[in-house]
Ligand binder design. Sequence first.
Ligand code: C5P
Length: 226
Amino acid sequence: RGVGVVVVAAGSGARLGAGVPKAFVPLHGRPLLGHALDTVARVPGLAAVSVVVPEGLLDVGSASWHGVTLPAGAVVVAGGAERTASVAAGLAALGPDCDVVLVHDAARCLTPLAVFERVVAAVRSGDAGVVPGLAVVDTVKTVDEQGLVTGTPDRGTLRAVQTPQGFDRQVLLAAHASGVDATDDAALVERTGHRVRVVEGDPLAFKVTTPEDLERAARLLPPPQV
Ligand code: C5P
């Protein structure tokens, strides 16, 4: 059995302020989602892909999809109001052909294939959950509602995590059955008591969130040859 990938692309992208959902914002003339799917299509052992988009963008023949190539056999489903609901919809659409599931943000459209490969390899070698992460360069504080500092975690123990996050399919299904919201899938799996490992991420796996991020992505990605 192979690898299933849920690509979540149903966010509104309010912080990007582009007027279209973030995953459909163009980068060198093609939606972020198209760039993300180019890499997903090359994942070794790929068996299933679900792409989760806003309700109004389900028509893959519409102009918004111009420049997006769906991997063979990929299904497109509508997302929910929160990221967790979008992942659950994509997970339900994957079908039974995969035993490892990756969840990937379309907004991390420049994530190198090597990150996908590292995550899959670690799940295959026995960890129920695997997330790519980077050491944190800033000192991080925890604060209360008044902005008063409540603690300073030892920076050496912190990792900023990215996607794709990889899981044993049954473990991820069970974690999502709880119906709780979280900003990443690993948090749900952690709560079920399964072991989650961090493997090396990549600075190129940054999430396009602000207009500055989009400019950075455009600088990093070589322009298309015409
Ligand atoms: O909002 P945020 O930047 O955390 O979104 C991360 C990823 O999750 C993006 O690719 C976005 O499209 C997706 N998302 C989603 N459904 C939501 C919210 C976010 O698919 N309701």
